[in-house]
Every structure is written in structure tokens, then in C-alpha cells.
Design a protein around this ligand. Structure first.
Ligand SMILES: [Cu+2]
Length: 413
């Protein structure tokens, strides 16, 4: 009885206290699940203002880091996907490393995947659009998000595809009413069965009695299951079998040309490797939770034949840029791009080894929960981007042990 009152009160309290939800829970994953698994960079979503039926393109690159945690299943099968709140867009085309990728792909630790996804705006609204990679055994890991507003259109949404026989159909409505009514017919049979056994009968309302009976006892002496019940259940089973046979005959007659559903899985060809520019060793990182400042100390060795500069640090969905506004815009959606200060900020000569400190101050560390503050393994990982004078780029994975230095008062005992 107490539960009956308590639960609604608890529900009301939760509803009253809950604040408006931002986006779709992208901060929910543990820091290690974001930092050590996949780094997303060069993400672009455009255009950010469209009408229903218009295309929106997501481009970018992701790397499955060598630091993939041993506590997770190794990454093998995955698909790269737009992550949006429900079916508000329809995916039209997707390529990975230049090849059309209709479904899942085979991936590996250390693999770099450049993707392009074109989707059509389906529902009006303002939607947060991310690229993501769904990895079997792990779940979907998110890249940075961009807001896209979709205005209504005067023409209703269509998704035309050409079939093997040359006919063009609109997938948005194709077979829609048949699927609806056919499923409904199956549902009705189920409802009749359920009502039959629960409303006029006492099978459920007198559980105390019925649970005492052995499984195969019809208990005709107390009128639990009568020969009449057997007859009606046979009728329901018969109708179900007739529906199945009817369905098969209808399909064979109406759609004589059929092809089994296709799966197309492949391991994308690796991208052409750029020049290898640097070797990096971490000498520790600290995070100050009061000022939201991440410091990473590293030793960088230039292994190229020309001077190199450290331009960017990418961690999970965030990119920190050592450069001006233009460089920041190129790095990804502005909510997920921050400033990177490199100390000393000088080019590193060929063969030279230099100690550098990377300093980043941003709300995103807290907002996206990127920093492990109370974990059994205080590790972060990301990609360092080095540029050489010839326009070459090299992304080097860097794993650092992180020590929190200052705690918010709320964390202190
Ligand atoms: Cu989002």
C-alpha cells in the first residue's frame, strides 16, 4: 500500500526537479569510454539550415585508438552512423575511405576511417547531429554535434529508390498501409487470445489457485480449461496459420522478382599514409577541476626531414587548436572546439627532441565528462596533429596518466 502512494509521489518529485534535457545524453558515457577508444576530427555538418527533403552532409575522420581499453571487447565489426534524435533524417549515402558502405564494416585498433554521410531531412525541428561509430560489444561512441534546423517544406517528404526492375518507388510510403494493417491483424489475434484468458476466466485473477496446479493439468474439475477452450484456441491457431499461408501466397504472386536481403561487409582500404613526422612520449598530465584546465607534458621528437609544429590535440569528440579562428572553424563544430596553448610554441627542428606543455582550458571537459576524476585508471588519450612545412600532417596517439590537482569543493570530504 505504501508503494502505491510512494511511487506516484516519487515520480512527481522527479518530474518537478528534472531540468530540461540538453541534446541526447552524449555526456553519459564514462570518460575512459570516450577518451581511450575513438578520436573524431575534422567533423563538418553542412548545411545547418535546410528544408524537409534537402540533403545534409556529415564528413569527418575517426581513429580507433591503439589505447583501446583491454576491459572492452576488441573492436571488430562496426558501422559509422549519423546520431540524431530519432528518425528525423533518412540516410541516403555513406562512404568510408572512399568506398560505398551500406552496412557494417570490419574495423581494427589503430585504423583510421574517413567518412561521408548524406542524409535527407525528414522532420521539421532543430536537431543535434553527430557522427558516431557503433562498435559491436561496446556501443555507440559519439563525435562532436552540430545543430541543424529543418524548416517545413511545401512538398511532403519523399525517398525515391529505383528497383531492379526499373520501377521507382517512394520508400517513405511504399507498402506502408499493407504493413500497418497486416501487423494490426496479427495484433488483433493476440488481443483476442489475451482477453479470452484474462477477462471471463480467472486464470490470472486467481493466481493463488492456478499456480498450485501442475503445468499440464487442465483442471476440468474446477472448470479451468474446458474442451470448449481447446476448440477456440485451435481456431485462433488455425487463423494464424491461414494468415501465414495467405501472406506467403500473396507475396509470391505480387512480387515474383525477389532477392534475399543483402549484407555487404568489408574492411575499408587504409587511407594513404602521410609522412611520419613525430614520436611522442607523455611525461604526465594534470587536471585542475576549479579552472577546467588540462595540462599535458610531453617529449616530442621530430623524425622528419623538415621542421614540424604541433597544431592540434583531439580527445574523443573535442578538438583543441593551436591557431586562429580559421583553424578553429576547420577543426569541427564550434561547441566542441577549444584553444590549445603549446609551451614553448616553436617549430621543432629535424632530429630535435623538445619538451612541450599543452594547456587547454574549456567547459567541455566538464560538460562532456571527458576527464576521469575518480577512476581506477586515471588515463586519457588523444591524437596530436603535427604539420610540416610542405603541408604534410601526422596524427600521433598519446596516452597520458592524469593526476587531478584541485577539486571542486563539492568533491572534498
Ligand atoms: Cu547531441
Amino acid at each position: 500500500m505504501r508503494m502505491r502512494i510512494g511511487l506516484p509521489i516519487a515520480a512527481l518529485l522527479i518530474m518537478a526537479c528534472a531540468r530540461g534535457a540538453f541534446a541526447h545524453g552524449e555526456a553519459a558515457d564514462e570518460p575512459f569510454l570516450k577518451d581511450l577508444t575513438v578520436a573524431f576530427y575534422d567533423v563538418h555538418v553542412s548545411p545547418t539550415s535546410v528544408k524537409v527533403g534537402d540533403p545534409v552532409t556529415i564528413t569527418g575522420t575517426l581513429k580507433i585508438l591503439e589505447t583501446w581499453p583491454y576491459t572492452l571487447d576488441p573492436p571488430t565489426t562496426a558501422y559509422i552512423t549519423p546520431v540524431v534524435p530519432g528518425p528525423v533524417f533518412a540516410l541516403r549515402d555513406r562512404t568510408v575511405n572512399g568506398e560505398p558502405a551500406f552496412g557494417s564494416i570490419f574495423v581494427e585498433k589503430g585504423g583510421t576511417y574517413q567518412y561521408k554521410m548524406v542524409m535527407l531531412a525528414r522532420n521539421p525541428g532543430r536537431w543535434h547531429v553527430h557522427p558516431g561509430i557503433a562498435i559491436q560489444g561496446t556501443g555507440t561512441l559519439l563525435g562532436p554535434g552540430e545543430w541543424v534546423s529543418v524548416e517545413p517544406s511545401t512538398t511532403p517528404f519523399r525517398y525515391d529508390v529505383t528497383l531492379l526492375n526499373g520501377e521507382t518507388v517512394d520508400l517513405e510510403h511504399y507498402g506502408g498501409s499493407f504493413v500497418w494493417w497486416w501487423s494490426f491483424a496479427g495484433f488483433v489475434i493476440g488481443v483476442i487470445w489475451m482477453v479470452y484468458w484474462t477477462v471471463p476466466k480467472r486464470t490470472v485473477t486467481r493466481l493463488a489457485v492456478t499456480t498450485q496446479l501442475p503445468v499440464n493439468d487442465d483442471a476440468p474439475d474446477i472448470g479451468l480449461i474446458t474442451p470448449r477452450d481447446h476448440m477456440w484456441m485451435s481456431v485462433l491457431a488455425g487463423v494464424t496459420i491461414l494468415m501465414l499461408i495467405g501472406g506467403w501466397v500473396y507475396m509470391a504472386a505480387k512480387y515474383p522478382v525477389r532477392l534475399p536481403q543483402q549484407t555487404d561487409r568489408f574492411a575499408p582500404e587504409p587511407l594513404a599514409a602521410g609522412p611520419h613526422l613525430a614520436e611522442v612520449r607523455s611525461t604526465g598530465a594534470t587536471y585542475d577541476d576549479v579552472t577546467d584546465t588540462l595540462l599535458i607534458n610531453a617529449e616530442v621528437k621530430n623524425v622528419a626531414s623538415s621542421p614540424i609544429t604541433l597544431k592540434q590535440y583531439v580527445m574523443a569528440m573535442a578538438a583543441f587548436v593551436n591557431g586562429g579562428k580559421d583553424d578553429q572553424q576547420k577543426a569541427g563544430p564550434s561547441d566542441f572546439v577549444g584553444q590549445l596553448a603549446v609551451e614553448p610554441d616553436a617549430t621543432i627542428a629535424p632530429g630535435e627532441t623538445k619538451k612541450v606543455t599543452l594547456k587547454m582550458t574549456s567547459d567541455i571537459f566538464n560538460d562532456e565528462r571527458l576527464i576521469p576524476l575518480h577512476d581506477p585508471q586515471q588515463l586519457i588519450a588523444g591524437l596530436l596533429r603535427f604539420d610540416d612545412a610542405q603541408g604534410g600532417q601526422d596524427f600521433v596517439t598519446l596516452k597520458s596518466v592524469l593526476v587531478p590537482t584541485e577539486f571542486h569543493p563539492q568533491y572534498l570530504p
